[in-house]
Design a protein around this ligand. Structure first.
Ligand code: ATP
Length: 600
């Protein structure tokens, strides 16, 4: 998360004058300047305008873009201390010419492969991201150009009629037909539009008309994988005997586990172009959270004839690492007609007619700030706005309803944990969650986690056996895993809770119905998690969510952040913040630069 949070704002020492000027103005960080200088010194590039462009490309990657659109370079100055107009920007034509002539830079698609920076169509890439973008572009194009799979049409029609009758949702049926015929299908839709239902049923269709097939279900986080597995099982359990048997027992894993993550690097995997995955079909859920590099590794690892189904909601926050690859793929992929393509589900099927959460999400998604505020203020039982004056921290009265929710959930959590009731404790863990935008500061995770921890301790009362109060382990401690660990099978982002286990303690994680048990001393790095960032909460759902908005001026306040936070709630969402912060969020969609939407 450091990528998006508090960028390194220190000043670079001994930077050449132009770089120093942009560094002082807060447009590029010391780290960006250092990367540019180091790369420049490799080839003896002294032209400061080229080094500035490289520093801006590094800056772009730090803020989630895949490349720098040179003509948008001034946008990085928007949050900086010096107005963009007062900075000594190089003259555009001369700047482009200098970049094109630099020994640092490979020009065009055919440019030499051994240079650290690539310049294509007005975009400047650090080479690694250029290569990953090319992998995704080529693989996606090849998959979409493949001829439709030969299947028995009558058998397909019968399977579709049985599993996805037209009267249910014609788009769901279209998605299944596309996934049978094509090698790349992108299935999108907002919450409750039946994405998971469609995945489970399209697998049954596939097994009927093209099976038996080896199928992998995956998601970017362990939590999302557990949720996918549970949801797919629920749908499969309702199928007829024959379909149920054909589908068999599907289990879901993280993408890292599927690809065979090798410790010591975030992007090295056992499976790749030289060693394909054995699967005939790979279904990825929560694809909005997949970064460009991870998508490239997945595509390289697939057998060319395997079917890939990418499922997700491109209106949610994009990955922590660079890229917004689901949104880019949706924008560049034709609508499904026959083989593969994009299908966007539009009908909300979830039976919650009286909930205001979905209309609220729709208003945010549409960028309608006034409708968002109206719904938040309407006093609906499922939606609450604790409206604060801008630059005003909440007082006890304003915190009362949040405190009541946090204390109730915490009391249930601690009591179940003391009883050794793993399922009850994990259910309580999912009953309420405080979500925030920042990691630090008064609107940050650390502050809110400590505050909730204190409320919970007061609500739950002291432990009857008076455990060592200095011990970090106590029954009811909610934990967030912050590192990947192959030995325990735990991944960064997994959450769980410490529960009593006879005389000792054990951490339980994952699906409340089938929890994973891990001795506390075997846990990888963990944090206490009474509050988490919205990024961390992505891929999870909670019965009740309390979202603490940062001040309206926060650069993290975006439409995607608000939309993602609100759609984490199943029953109730509470927003604490000013009207200005709500408006600012709704009116600030994230823009991440990439070249995927542009033909080469
Ligand atoms: N065609 C349909 N007809 C009737 N009910 C449906 C249909 N499709 C889905 N549903 C129901 O709608 C609800 C939501 O479906 P599902 O969980 O598959 O949506 P989703 O898009 O995966 O949601 P989320 O991403 O929020 O989890 C479920 O209760 C499901 O049974």
């Amino acid at each position: 998360m450091t990528l998006l949070d508090d960028g390194d704002a220190r000043l670079a020492v001994h930077a050449p004058p132009l770089l120093a000027r942009f560094n002082t103005a807060g447009v590029v960080a010391a780290a960006d300047v250092q990367v540019a200088r180091r790369l420049g010194s490799l080839v003896g590039e002294r032209d400061e305008s080229v080094l500035l462009a490289v520093a801006l490309a590094t800056r772009a990657v730090r803020s989630g873009s895949v490349c720098l659109h040179l003509e948008d370079a001034a946008s990085f100055a928007a949050d900086a201390e010096t107005p963009p107009g007062e900075l000594p920007w190089p003259e555009p034509a001369a700047w482009e010419a200098a970049i094109g002539a630099s020994p640092l830079v490979a020009v065009g698609v055919e440019g030499p492969a051994d240079r650290p920076v690539r310049w294509v169509g007005g975009r400047l890439y650090l080479d690694r991201y250029w290569r990953d973008e090319m992998v995704v572009r080529r693989q996606a194009d090849a998959r979409l150009a493949a001829p439709p799979a030969a299947v028995d049409d009558a058998r397909l029609a019968a399977a579709l009629d049985r599993l996805l009758p037209d009267a249910g949702d014609a788009l769901q049926r279209q998605a299944a037909a596309a996934a049978v015929a094509g090698r790349l299908t992108v299935l999108t839709g907002g919450p409750g539009t039946g994405k998971t239902t469609t995945v489970a049923r399209l697998i049954a269709v596939l097994q009927d008309v093209a099976g038996p097939l080896r199928i992998a279900l995956a998601a970017p986080t362990g939590k999302a994988a557990a949720r996918l597995q549970e949801a797919v099982h629920e749908v499969v359990d309702e199928l007829g005997d024959e379909d149920r048997e054909r589908v068999g027992t599907l289990s879901a894993s993280t993408l890292h586990r599927l690809l065979g993550w090798l410790p010591g690097s975030s992007t090295r995997f056992r499976h790749g172009p030289g060693r394909h995955l054995p699967h005939d079909v790979v279904v990825v859920d929560e694809t909005s959270m997949v970064s460009l590099p991870l998508m490239a590794r997945l595509l390289e690892a697939l057998r060319p004839d395997a079917r890939l189904v990418l499922v997700g909601d491109p209106d949610q926050l994009a990955s922590v690492e660079a890229g917004a690859v689901l949104g880019d793929l949706v924008a560049r992929t034709p609508e499904a007609s026959g083989a593969g393509g994009v299908v966007r589900l539009l009908t909300v099927h979830r039976q919650e007619e009286d909930s205001a959460i979905l209309p609220l999400a729709a208003a945010i998604r549409a960028g309608d700030a006034e409708e968002t505020l109206r719904l938040l203020r309407a006093g609906h039982p499922s939606v609450e706005l604790v409206e604060l004056a801008e630059d005003h921290l909440p007082g006890d009265a304003e915190l009362a309803s949040l405190r009541a929710d946090a204390a109730a959930a915490g009391r249930a959590l601690v009591h179940a944990a003391r009883e050794g009731d793993a399922t009850g404790a994990l259910r309580a863990l999912g009953s309420h969650r405080v979500l925030v935008a920042h990691r630090r500061g008064p609107a940050g995770v650390a502050h809110w986690s400590a505050l909730v921890e204190q409320w919970v301790a007061e609500a739950a009362g002291p432990h009857p056996d008076a455990l060592d109060p200095r011990s970090p382990w106590y029954p009811g401690r909610p934990v967030l895993v912050t590192a990947n660990d192959r030995e325990t099978g735990l991944y960064n982002g997994d959450t769980g809770v410490v529960v009593a286990d006879g005389e000792g303690l054990v951490a339980v994680l994952g699906d409340p119905g089938a929890p994973l048990r891990v001795r506390t001393h075997r846990l990888p790095a963990v944090e206490t998690v009474h509050a988490m960032t919205v990024h961390r909460g992505q891929g999870s759902q909670f019965a009740r969510v309390s979202l603490v908005l940062p001040p309206a001026a926060s650069p993290l306040l975006t439409r995607e952040l608000l939309y993602t936070a609100v759609t984490r709630a199943r029953e109730h969402v509470r927003v604490l913040g000013s009207a200005a912060a709500v408006r600012r969020a709704v009116q600030t969609p994230v823009r991440r630069a990439s070249g995927l939407r542009t033909p080469l």
